[in-house]
Design a protein around this ligand. Structure first.
Ligand SMILES: Nc1ncnc2c1ncn2[C@@H]1O[C@H](COP(=O)(O)OP(=O)(O)OP(=O)(O)O)[C@@H](O)[C@H]1O
Length: 366
């Protein structure tokens, strides 16, 4: 889907934005603190229901206002949708899809797949395993209809099991064995299903990743593998039993797909210890691009891609081939930069629009 119209109110310093973006390339430029990242952050809300800079919704509401709202008209070849969301200072949420109101973010985020690339994107490699699980789960969410139910079911089961483990830890009189076995059986079933979905997904994007890496990091051979979250030579059931006493002492389940990770290595060494920061960002670019290529091949869905601070750490040739490959996949791009002079490379692109942001006001430049 592409965003044909975007309206934002009272979001950080953006008082009232109303623009009609290009379906292909959009450049947003403005001085430090003018509101470029806030604009991208607002679009991020449409795809994730949250910010990429803060966990607290309250922080993005404009000072002295009681809420923010984001509205867009999105379309593809088949349909057009009116999507909107609003959050108030009391944390209440209102979501609207073609006028149908709800308070569930999931109703909104499945419509417009959105990805973001920022100077902090190398966190995907350097940060905790949860970021890499989230990476895989984002792709699965958009291509595999059964994923969301499996994932939510698994989270619920782990919560139940942890509650039981905590009761046991506190020595309460719990009918432990039968109950525990009951939850374990379901965790094994759903956990194995979730693992197979993630492994299958990784397999299906690997070819794209490798082809992107040949272009972005030709000097390295990156080996990528999925670690399930439990010991290699055991089944999930065996592993849970082995860890059982320890998990009782700790009060939580320590093995399973909720502990899974994506391992990325060069010559057997973790890439975080080998690649430079710029190279790590190119690796992330290759991973994200692979998701978009797979998504458009499998579902015909197109993606909105937010590229914050294009001047940071990507050299010119790589940046250009990244943008070219995103566009080949029908991606709608929003790219921010401080100076117009950082955007000289855009001359060759057609179907582009340029927006200037100044003190929270955004206007199109000709
Ligand atoms: N809740 C809020 N209400 C109003 N203004 C806010 C709020 N939160 C942050 N701001 C201000 O919004 C402005 C825009 O910040 P933003 O990060 O979007 O700027 P930017 O153009 O991306 O800048 P840079 O190029 O320095 O990254 C900043 O001056 C910031 O202090």
């Amino acid at each position: 889907m592409k965003l044909d119209k975007v309206q934002i109110q009272h979001f950080r310093n953006l008082q009232n934005v109303d623009i009609s973006p290009s379906s292909s390339l959009n450049f947003i430029f403005g001085q430090n603190g003018s509101g470029k990242s806030s604009f991208l952050e607002a679009l991020h809300y449409l795809g994730f229901g949250r910010s990429f800079r803060t966990l607290k919704h309250k922080n993005v509401i404009q000072y002295e206002k009681d809420g923010f709202s984001i509205f867009c008209v999105a379309s593809d070849n088949q349909k057009s949708l009116k999507l909107g969301m609003a959050r108030k200072t009391d944390d209440s949420l209102l979501v609207s899809v073609n006028g149908n109101k709800s308070n569930k973010m999931s109703e909104l985020v499945s419509h417009v797949p959105i990805q973001i690339f920022t100077p902090q994107s190398s966190d995907l490699i350097l940060g905790s395993p949860s970021l890499r699980r989230r990476f895989l789960d984002w792709g699965l969410f958009h291509v595999e209809p059964s994923f969301i139910q499996t994932s939510q079911e698994f989270q619920k089961l782990v919560k139940q099991k942890n509650a039981l483990l905590r009761k046991y830890q506190q020595g309460t009189n719990v009918e432990y064995n039968t109950q525990m076995q009951f939850w374990d059986k379901q965790i094994v079933k759903t956990g194995n299903h979730l693992t197979n979905l993630r492994k299958g997904y990784l397999d299906s994007i690997l070819e794209h990743i490798n082809s992107n890496l040949m272009q972005f990091l030709p000097e390295f051979l990156v080996e990528i593998s999925y670690h399930r979250g439990w010991e290699k030579d055991s089944s999930l059931e065996e592993s849970m039993l082995k860890k059982y006493e320890r998990d009782c002492r700790n009060g939580y389940l320590s093995v399973g797909p909720h502990k899974a990770d994506l391992k990325l290595k060069c010559k057997g060494v973790d890439v975080s210890e080998t690649l430079s920061r710029g190279q790590l960002r190119m690796l992330v670019a290759a991973l994200q691009l692979a998701q978009i290529q797979h998504l458009s091949g499998k579902t015909q869905k197109s993606c909105v891609f937010l590229l914050d601070d294009v001047g940071a750490e990507l050299d010119e040739t790589k940046r250009e081939s990244f943008i070219d490959r995103l566009l080949e996949n029908e991606t709608q791009l929003f790219i921010s930069a401080i100076e117009k002079s950082q955007l000289l490379f855009i001359e060759k692109y057609k179907n582009k629009k340029m927006f200037h942001v100044e003190h929270g006001h955004m206007r199109e430049e000709n």
